[in-house]
Design a protein around this ligand. Structure first.
Ligand code: GLA
Length: 391
């Protein structure tokens, strides 16, 4: 067990003991990065995520009644509710857990009362999918605790529904898939339409994955996310008039985009253009990866950033600034904003020998430009959701 994992388990043990006694089970579910393929998941395209070595941990045990009692150790907050009276809370974190319970009940699974404590070292609000990690940890733990017999894929789909229906973010499937199915040293090439996937080894020799966290989360994040989804759907609806077989932007060719340009407003066109290009870009980037050509791969990351910023308009000043800092550094192979946008991190592929100087230069420049500090994380690619055995 890593030091971080051991620390988290110690916290869980102690907080659980104080509040509820002895847990029956510990589960770990990681955060994720995504190398390329952004906003393509809900457009039925491809994504290239991986689980990271930072995770959410949950300790859980049954209760004799039908209530759920929860504690977020790091926030020092507790929450409890009867299982048949679930209702959205103004504390954000219990909603991820309640969303899972609600979906399990909807699916006819027998879930009883339980106590749970969560902790973790996934930075919150940094675009590393701490929420998906909470959902996956919860569903995995409840599946074990109550012997529900769900497969990993069923748990992923259920977590996505929890986020869509209870939390209210119309997210795609990428975050949950990566958290649940992650594999050390591999990226996941996921086809979000068929859900076929395979692991590709990600050769990190001489390269580090550096995340620069702007520490900002603009309030637009979730409302604008849902708007982007609608804009993409509008483009699809227009094209369906002439091409009934087009079910999503995945089916749209570069040539069809020309027809779209005259039929929808400029904004909708730009959104669709980005997605169609990004789906193609990811496929080309996967070939670069197969040939171990991280230089070509990195260039595509910069192109993705450009598209996310100009066409899809989900970046922000701070992210654009950090992408530019990276671009000006010859030791950075590629960089871009990552995840839903409007804040969070940039992901940077950096030559190992230049990591320290890159981070210090970025910190300094960021401080000068925004009068605030950024955070940095060097991450490695880890395994997906699992039970942690103690002793
Ligand atoms: C968020 C969503 C994902 C995905 C990304 C953008 O992380 O939860 O489903 O759409 O944004 O790629």
């Amino acid at each position: 067990m890593s030091n971080e994992a051991a620390n988290c388990i110690t916290i869980l043990q102690s907080v659980f003991k104080t509040n509820y006694g002895v847990p029956e089970l510990y589960v770990k579910s990681p955060g994720r990065i995504n190398l390329i393929g952004e906003h393509t998941d809900y457009n039925m395209g491809f994504v290239l995520p991986a689980a990271i070595d930072k995770a959410i941990y949950i300790a859980i045990g049954k209760r004799p009644d039908s209530e759920i009692h929860l504690t977020a150790a790091d926030l020092n907050e507790s929450f409890s509710i009867a299982i048949n009276e679930l209702e959205k809370s103004s504390l954000e974190w219990p909603n991820y857990i309640m969303g899972i319970v609600q979906q399990l009940m909807k699916g006819g699974y027998q879930v009883g009362g339980f106590n749970a404590v969560i902790t973790g070292d996934v930075p919150l609000g940094a675009g590393l999918s701490s929420s998906a990690a909470v959902e996956c940890a919860t569903v995995f733990a409840l599946n074990e605790l109550f012997g529900l017999g769900l497969s990993k894929l069923e748990m992923v789909k259920l977590s996505q529904r929890a986020e869509n229906q209870f939390v209210g973010l119309q997210c795609g499937i990428m975050d949950m898939f990566a958290s649940m199915f992650g594999k050390a040293d591999s990226v996941i090439q996921l086809d979000c339409r068929s859900l076929d996937f395979h692991y590709s080894p990600f050769n990190q020799t001489g390269i580090k994955i550096v995340l620069l966290d702007t520490c900002v989360k603009h309030s637009l994040a979730s409302s604008e996310y849902n708007v982007r989804r609608k804009e993409c759907e509008e483009g699809v609806r227009f094209l369906q008039g002439k091409y009934p077989a087009v079910a999503s932007l995945r089916d749209v060719t570069i040539e069809m985009l020309e027809e779209l340009q005259v039929g929808v407003n400029g904004k909708v066109f730009d959104r669709c253009k980005f997605i169609v290009e990004e789906i193609k870009r990811l496929q080309d980037a996967c070939l670069n990866l197969e040939q171990n050509d991280l230089v070509a791969f990195g260039k595509k990351m910069y192109d993705t950033h450009e598209g996310l910023s100009k066409l899809y308009q989900v970046s922000c000043e701070e992210l654009d600034f950090l992408a530019d800092v990276a671009k000006g550094n010859p030791h950075v192979l590629g960089a871009r904003m990552m995840g839903g946008g409007f804040g969070g991190c940039t992901i940077n592929l950096v030559e190992e020998s230049a990591v320290d100087s890159f981070i210090s230069a970025a910190e300094l420049a960021f401080q000068k430009a925004f009068n605030t500090n950024l955070k940095s994380y060097i991450v490695s690619i880890g395994d997906g959701t699992s039970v942690i055995s103690i002793d």
